[in-house]
Ligand binder design. Structure first.
Ligand code: ATP
Length: 410
């Protein structure tokens, strides 16, 4: 299934030693000031061109590292993934989104030792980290101040014929330095086109829900088809492998019930609905489904659907008029309908005084946020130590596996 099991979709880089950051101590826990990076090490990517500095993010498929280009001394974000499933999607999306304000610049991509790499413009802390660093949720006026930028980015992504499909706080980040009051959109691993080659909206197709459970639209939980596959005793031989692995489960040796959760493909309205949930979450408006278990079957998805629907006008979700209105607008959109982005922005418009006085930006505009690596991730990085001889056949096997994968480039 394309959804992320974590209901929060967050990185878990919590408290950690700051041995690589010299004095003065940063005020933001885990922060790395760009002008304070002094340590260089022997971990290199891209045939030695990029020096690894620190891990700054983690996702479902790999890590994001801060690196420095030895040719230019410029820092970059390097997204490194073992699995190539979302990689091709993401590269295609970044290529289509070149030049969009609010999407990090995409510089290059390469493969090394069975891993895929994306060299990206380095941006600052994400919205989830921002809220945590503040130690409180945002005031509504603060969150609303961000809306025009968020909608503008989303509109431009849609203008290029793509739906993002994983809108959440961790996928918005502030820029660095003089760009620190600008928002950027990250993570195009689930991004997909919604227009055909003639510019027509694609027909609604079905596939497993996509996105991060906490923020995915109600529609993504609406299972519209499921398959019940009954296998007679005589058919067993054809699926011996499956049945063998299920031997320990009572009652499965006569028939196999396979439930397929499918929903309608994401379209523009789903991105907007996820944006409303993102805004609710960064303000002090709790998401009523936050404590539900991650949905693994149709019944659980329906429970999510019901609660996210919150009645026809979303009134059972929360009583904040702006969110209610925005949700109603999302619900009123047809699958292939272009949203009225300006109208959507107006729902969250601040008055003149608020617009002039409310400011939302990181306290430390030159700092990125370090993410604690797990042991296995550190071990992976050590594969890229230039002092270490690469002799392991496992690495060659990985390469072969990757090149044979359906996503491998020609
Ligand atoms: N260009 C960048 N500059 C700075 N930090 C970044 C950049 N890209 C990603 N990050 C950091 O890394 C985190 C994870 O990145 P991203 O969401 O792209 O990875 P992912 O594997 O797709 O994650 P997930 O599975 O949670 O969606 C982001 O939340 C962000 O904090």
């Amino acid at each position: 299934m394309g959804s992320k099991a974590s209901t929060e979709g967050e990185n878990t880089g919590e408290a950690e030693k700051t041995e690589t950051v010299p004095t003065p101590l940063p005020r933001l826990k885990n922060a790395i000031a760009l002008n304070q990076i002094t340590h260089a090490n022997d971990i290199r990517f891209g045939n030695g061109r990029f020096v690894y500095m620190d891990a700054i993010g983690r996702g479902g498929f790999g890590i994001v590292a801060m690196v420095v280009d030895t040719d230019t001394s410029n820092p970059y974000a390097m997204k490194m993934e073992r699995c190539a499933v979302s990689y091709k999607n993401e590269v295609e999306a970044y290529e289509k989104l070149m030049g969009v304000q609010g999407v990090p610049k995409f510089y290059s991509t390469f493969r090394e030792q069975g891993f895929t790499f994306l060299q990206l413009e380095l941006v600052g802390i994400n919205l989830l980290q921002f809220v945590r660093a503040k130690g409180r949720k945002l005031r509504r006026t603060e969150a609303f101040k961000l809306v025009p930028q968020m909608i503008d980015i989303l509109e431009q992504i849609h203008e290029r014929g793509l739906v993002h499909a994983d809108i959440k706080p961790a996928n918005f980040a502030f820029g660095l330095g003089s760009e620190c009051n600008r928002l950027y959109m990250l993570d195009f691993g689930f991004t997909s086109p919604f227009l055909d080659s003639d510019g027509e909206h694609l027909e609604a197709t079905t596939r497993p829900p996509r996105g991060t459970v906490l923020y995915m639209s109600a529609n993504q939980h609406l299972s519209i088809s499921s398959a019940l596959i009954l296998l007679s005793r005589s058919q067993r031989s054809t699926i011996t492998v499956v049945l063998n692995s299920l031997k320990s489960c009572n009652g499965i040796n006569q028939y196999l019930t396979l439930e397929v959760i499918e929903c309608t493909d994401n379209s523009r309205r789903d991105d907007l609905e996820s944006l409303v949930y993102t805004l609710m979450d960064i303000c002090k408006v709790s998401l009523p489904w936050r404590n539900l278990q991650a949905p693994t079957n149709r019944c659980a998805h329906h429970a999510y659907f019901d609660i996210k629907q919150g009645g026809t006008d979303g009134s059972k979700i929360c009583d904040v008029p702006e969110f209610k209105k925005a949700l109603m607008m999302c619900r009123a959109l047809e699958y292939d309908e272009k949203p009225n982005y300006e109208k959507f922005k107006r729902v969250f418009e601040l008055n003149i005084v608020q617009a002039a006085t409310v400011s939302v930006k990181p306290d430390l505009p030159d700092q990125v946020y370090r993410c604690n690596l797990r042991r296995e991730e550190e071990e992976v990085l050590l594969k890229f130590d230039i002092n270490k001889e690469v002799t392991e056949t496992a690495e060659i096997a990985e390469l072969i596996e990757l090149d044979n994968s359906p996503d491998a480039e020609d």
